[in-house]
Ligand binder design. Structure first.
Ligand SMILES: CC(=O)SCCNC(=O)CCNC(=O)[C@H](O)C(C)(C)COP(=O)(O)OP(=O)(O)OC[C@H]1O[C@@H](n2cnc3c(N)ncnc32)[C@H](O)[C@@H]1OP(=O)(O)O
Length: 201
């Protein structure tokens, strides 16, 4: 029949269009700043990672929304096929050490980033993703010229993980959450902007 050929061609064109669309909308792997629209996915990963272990999340859903609205440029998400698999949320801080206030505060334009949370989806742990995301985040921060260092707190068992990423111990944290105690860690982002000029920013 006369109509068979055009129909087949149309169907093939349509299929290849859909494939292109799919490739276009769902890249295999993408790193980007998070937005408030990502808050639910962030919180789902966070809740599984922390609530089941300690009963406490570093950030509530409202706090995730708060930081992703105020300082999305200090966050980084890793998406695979459009799904969030790992993330970091940071905010600005203006004192030498992190104190309880730092948990809920963003101070804009300061030289210090407070990394509130790094978390990897439970299906994707122990594959190097946490280390890779952290490395990319620190490289990215080096390109923000006003920044000099990153601070975070972690439980004792994760101190070696952050050591491997280049963080140094600052000692026991002033922050406690419930019964949990933390170590404060610091990462130096290097010299001034002009000294970082040739570092690929
Ligand atoms: C500032 C903060 O957010 S501190 C809290 C960090 N986040 C969490 O604890 C949430 C739950 N955990 C996770 O999301 C992940 O396991 C992370 C972020 C800790 C690590 O990410 P992953 O992709 O699993 O780690 P990656 O594969 O890059 O590296 C593995 C290393 O992480 C460390 N590590 C990961 N989990 C643990 C753990 N439960 N206990 C001790 N070390 C651990 C080890 O050094 C391990 O190396 P090893 O296997 O040679 O011992």
């Amino acid at each position: 029949p006369l109509s068979a050929k055009p129909l087949k061609v149309d169907a093939l064109k349509h299929r290849s269009y859909l494939r292109r669309q799919r490739r276009h909308t769902l890249p295999a792997s993408e790193f980007r700043n998070l937005t408030p629209q990502d808050a639910i996915s962030v919180f789902e990963i966070e809740r599984e990672a922390f609530v089941s272990v300690s009963g406490l999340c570093p950030l509530t859903l409202d706090e995730v929304l708060h930081f992703l609205s105020l300082c999305p440029e200090l966050s980084l998400g890793w998406f695979e096929e459009g799904q969030l698999v790992a993330f970091i949320i940071g905010s600005g801080w203006d004192k030498e050490r992190l104190s309880q206030d730092a948990l809920t505060t963003h101070v804009a334009g300061t030289p210090t980033v407070h990394i509130h949370v790094l978390s990897v989806h439970r299906h994707c742990r122990q594959q190097g993703k946490g280390s890779i995301l952290l490395w990319r985040y620190l490289q990215y921060l080096r390109c923000l010229p006003w920044l000099r260092r990153a601070l975070l707190i972690c439980e004792e068992f994760l101190v070696p993980f952050y050591h491997k990423a280049g963080f140094k111990e600052k000692g026991p944290s002033l922050i406690s959450v419930g019964h949990l105690r933390f170590t404060e860690m610091e990462y130096s982002l290097g010299g001034r902007a002009f000294e970082r000029r040739n570092s690929g920013c």
